[in-house]
Design a protein around this ligand. Structure first.
Ligand SMILES: [Zn+2]
Ligand SMILES: [Zn+2]
Length: 330
């Protein structure tokens, strides 16, 4: 079967590899569509330190069951939960396997789905009445959903989301779906428009407007109750603790590429909850599926382009689709 194999940074090609063997309780699936995001681009460019080569990328997956079991019959369309958990580390023991110390994400630490067939254990499969494109969007949206769940966001909150790429967009959709008034912040008007379509109540273009002044104006001078940082830059890491209200919550999803220096007295003075958010949990998958099944997400606007498997290596090399990518993570 065909697969896209990355042999070293910048080199991806279509190759023929053996079809997977089904063993134990695993199910055989046909891959229907795979989403590509900023983390795939980083894998391709050698900028994701967790990737080893050779590697087949692909972690945002829509597939159909070919050999089923009693619960998942042949022909069922599913999304794939791309993470693993060891069951023994501190995170796993606290029932937070999404942050497993030894997690292996599909397409990052183990071979992914940019191929024709894959075998998976049934508990990693999420059936849903969705189109193939929608099934691919589940995984990237869950990352933002998880951040909203970490931030304990309710309808009482005003939430600011810094960065409205794929991950931030999921946070905007999740926060809005919980009834929170959600303020979207980005430098790109197209991303802000999409974030508004996903439920954002207000948009701030940080290149044209003062984020601080607008946030003060929108929150009667208190600052947002929750700030979600989905950019990964030192300036936004700092701005999150500066702009959040007293006794507010800050949730970081962005991976900062450099050390960040802080005015740490703000942590104490404001008595902040500063939280990290990593990957996503099964509950986040169920929540995103409910949102998509309800038709409450601008699916077509969120996908910048669609290519065939044969065209994918060129797509990874091209710069065109970068505008809508999210950040590296996992
Ligand atoms: Zn992704
Ligand atoms: Zn673990």
């Amino acid at each position: 079967m065909k697969a896209i194999v990355l042999h070293k940074p910048g080199h991806g090609s279509i190759e023929m590899i053996p079809e997977p063997l089904v063993s134990g309780r695993d199910l055989l699936l046909k891959i229907r569509m795979v989403g590509l995001c900023g983390s795939d681009l980083n894998s391709f460019r050698g900028l994701n330190p967790l990737v080893t080569y050779p590697r087949i990328p692909g972690h945002e997956v829509s597939a159909t069951v070919l050999h089923g079991d009693s619960k998942l019959s042949v022909g069922t369309d599913v999304a794939i939960f791309p993470y693993t958990s060891c069951g023994k580390c501190a995170s796993c023991r606290r029932r937070r396997p999404n942050a497993c110390q030894f997690n292996e994400t599909l397409g990052v630490q183990r071979d992914g789905a940019l191929t024709e067939f894959i075998v998976m254990p049934p508990e990693k499969l999420y059936p849903a009445k969705l189109t193939t494109k929608e099934l691919c969007l589940i995984e990237p949206l869950t990352v933002g959903f998880h951040a909203v769940s970490r931030g304990r966001i309710t309808a009482e909150d005003t939430v600011a989301v810094m960065g409205c790429g794929g991950v931030g967009l999921g946070a905007v959709a999740a926060s809005s779906s919980r009834g929170a008034r959600t303020i979207c912040i980005d430098v790109d008007d197209d991303k802000l428009e999409l974030a508004r379509a996903a439920g954002g109540a207000h948009a701030i273009n940080s290149q044209r407007e003062s984020v601080h002044d607008r946030l003060m104006e929108l929150t009667e001078g208190r600052g947002p109750d929750v700030v979600i940082e989905a950019v990964g830059r030192a300036a936004t890491f700092r701005a999150a603790v500066e702009e959040v209200s007293f006794t507010g919550r800050v949730v970081y999803i962005g991976y900062a590429k450099e050390p960040v220096s802080y005015e740490t007295k703000l942590f104490v003075q404001k008595e902040l909850d500063v939280l990290g958010s990593r990957n996503a949990s099964p509950d986040d998958f169920s929540a995103v599926i409910r949102l998509l099944e309800a038709g409450k997400f601008p699916v077509d606007q969120a996908v910048s382009s669609t290519v065939t498997l044969d065209e994918a290596p060129d797509a990874l090399r091209s710069r065109r689709w970068r505008a809508r990518t999210n950040k590296e993570r996992q």
